[in-house]
Design a binder for this molecule. Structure first.
Ligand code: DON
Length: 561
């Protein structure tokens, strides 16, 4: 475990050192308390890579970059070089950042590219294989973040290179997911890939990624050009040609991350700092908190029928607005101000009946008056910087296309566009013209990396994967801490619920109280069970004490010192 394992002082895991050239092993740490800094992410080795940067004098931005790069190696289902993401940061000097490195539609993309001759969606085309990929944004995003850190890329990328080169030991969950996807990897790729092994994967096996290590070295030596130009760009385009994809060299060379102004709004004496468009997450989170703020949630009680009903009805209305209005602000005019105003939000709740479910067929988007497989990591450091990053390939392992010779997986983010108005995407989300495909446009996202400030200091740093459930998971995590006063662990791990306007269903996780489900059904709600909702990483900083909690729903792990 050279370079990656640390002997942590108080309350933090210490991992056994391993012999040289042995694959990296680890243990999962669900919760840590710390004084100086902490990282929570989807994988222990990635959290430790971030922690190492903090301990080597880097700040939270450095740790976030190193963690993302390590995730691209040890968490291939969502960590990535071939995808995109969003970073929200509150820096100790008061500067606030929202870096948008969302994928873009290739130059040869067009509005109806996923429709057949009769105008019906060809669902697989936006999900599987080369055609599903948008132009990757992650590497540009890492370099756009770099000036806010203190360390050099060579130092930040070193743990990822080592993990790819020497390999790491996989868990039972990782073995299962690689085995499940074996056929896709075989069918969708034109070259043998590291994710397919002669026999089935099992827990304790080692995953080595030599091609990926080479790509990482090119990035280390040539910067963003090591990915968007030269050898790696050639390999991406060659892969496209083998699979009839449309990403061109010009698309790659032209890709730029965008620096945006974070969305900032008050909530019960705190300030929420979150991602603006092209994420729908921040706008919808503002709508949800705004619609429910005047109701006494704490008095209703955590998981009470009244609280869940209220939150579900707010979700129904907000997701109707999401479908109608939201899209890439560089391409469409979105009435963000109008649909987040308190009067507008109050008007949306005017027909809320505390005793009765509304109907999604009757609830439409509002009428604003105008004067729009993922993974999350949260980081804090000793200087008071806080960084929240959500990054994604979209579905698990994205398009399942591994760029031949370059060892990284391409996203299937094109499915986040509205392929056809009224036609749901893989998360059941609907959209209209605002989120239609156009060359160079960014597809609407739900990713909601968020920081809650108390005064001007970070209080919560949080985010999650989960497609359409990301926003409702963030809504719940925030009210779980601020309104219901839950511990960090409970705020993250207690069962969650979700409603997204269409379909007309409240989804609840296993373990959700039966009495609440019965109460909701009595009010006319349709309630269904579903698998895990979200995988939240939460850090709180209360009176100088840092608590980092990694979600129990996966192998997620926290590290701190
Ligand atoms: O950007 C989005 O909203 C989706 N591509 C996120 C996908 C996701 O969270 C998958 N993880 N479970």
């Amino acid at each position: 475990m050279r370079n990656i394992v640390f002997a942590f002082s108080i309350l933090v895991c210490s991992l056994p050192a391993m012999a040289q050239d042995q694959a990296f092993n680890y243990t999962v740490q669900k919760s840590v308390t710390a004084r100086q800094g902490a990282v929570a992410s989807a994988h222990p080795l990635a959290s430790l890579a971030g922690l190492k940067m903090l301990q080597q004098g880097g700040n939270a931005v450095d740790a976030a970059i190193a963690t993302q790069l390590a995730l691209a190696v040890v968490y291939p289902s969502a960590g990535n070089l071939g995808g995109g993401g969003f970073l929200v940061a509150h820096l100790a000097n008061g500067k606030e950042l929202a870096i948008d490195y969302r994928e873009k539609a290739p130059g040869r993309a067009h509005r109806d590219m996923y429709l057949d001759d009769k105008g019906a969606p060809i669902v697989k085309l936006s999900l599987d294989g080369h055609h599903a990929a948008g132009v990757p944004g992650t590497v540009a995003g890492l370099f756009a973040s770099l000036p806010y850190g203190k360390l050099k890329m060579a130092q930040l990328i070193a743990p990822a290179i080592e993990l790819a080169d020497k390999g790491f030991v996989i868990t039972a969950a990782e073995a299962r997911s690689l085995n499940n996807l074996r056929k896709d990897f075989e069918n969708l790729n034109t070259r043998p890939v590291a994710f397919v092994k002669q026999n089935e994967w099992k827990a304790g096996d080692t995953l080595i990624q030599k091609d990926l290590a080479r790509t990482l070295r090119l990035i280390r030596d040539k910067g963003a050009a090591g990915f968007y130009q030269g050898e790696t760009a050639d390999k991406i385009v060659a892969e496209m040609q083998r699979g009839k994809g449309i990403i061109s060299k010009a698309d790659l060379k032209a890709y730029k991350a965008a620096t945006r102004i974070p969305l900032r709004f008050p909530y019960k004496g705190y300030t929420i700092l979150t991602m603006p468009l092209p994420s729908s997450g921040g706008v919808i989170l503002q709508q949800l908190l705004g619609m429910t703020e005047k109701y006494p949630l704490a008095q209703y009680g955590f998981h009470s029928i009244a609280a869940v009903h209220l939150m579900v009805e707010a979700e129904r209305r907000a997701y109707a607005d999401r479908a109608e209005f939201l899209g890439d602000p560089d391409f469409v005019k979105v009435p963000v101000k109008a649909i987040t105003q308190p009067q507008y939000l109050a008007s949306r709740m005017q027909d809320f009946n505390p005793q009765q479910a509304s109907s999604s067929t009757k609830i439409k988007a509002g009428q604003p008056k105008e004067s729009e497989e993922t993974t999350h990591l949260s980081v804090t450091d000793a200087q008071g910087n806080a960084v929240s990053v959500t990054t994604t390939l979209n579905g698990g392992y994205g398009s399942r296309v591994v760029v031949g010779g370059a060892g990284f997986i391409l996203n299937n983010e094109m499915d986040d566009f509205s392929v056809k108005p009224g036609s749901p995407n893989m998360y059941g989300l609907l959209g209209t013209e605002a989120n239609a495909i156009a060359p160079g446009k960014r597809m609407l996202s739900s990713m909601t990396p968020t920081i809650v400030l108390q005064g001007n200091r970070p209080y919560m740093v949080t985010g999650t994967p989960g497609g359409s459930t990301i926003i409702t998971s963030m809504f719940q995590t925030i009210v779980n801490v601020l309104d219901f006063g839950l511990s960090e662990s409970d705020a993250v791990n207690k069962p969650k619920f979700h409603h997204q306007w269409q379909p007309e269903t409240v989804y609840v996780e296993k373990g959700f109280p039966d009495s609440t489900v019965a109460g909701l059904k009595k009010m006319g709600h349709k309630v269904d069970n579903r698998n895990a909702i979200g995988r939240v990483e939460l850090i709180t900083i209360k009176n100088g004490r840092i608590t980092a909690v990694a979600d129990n729903r996966g192998d997620d792990s926290a590290a701190g010192y």
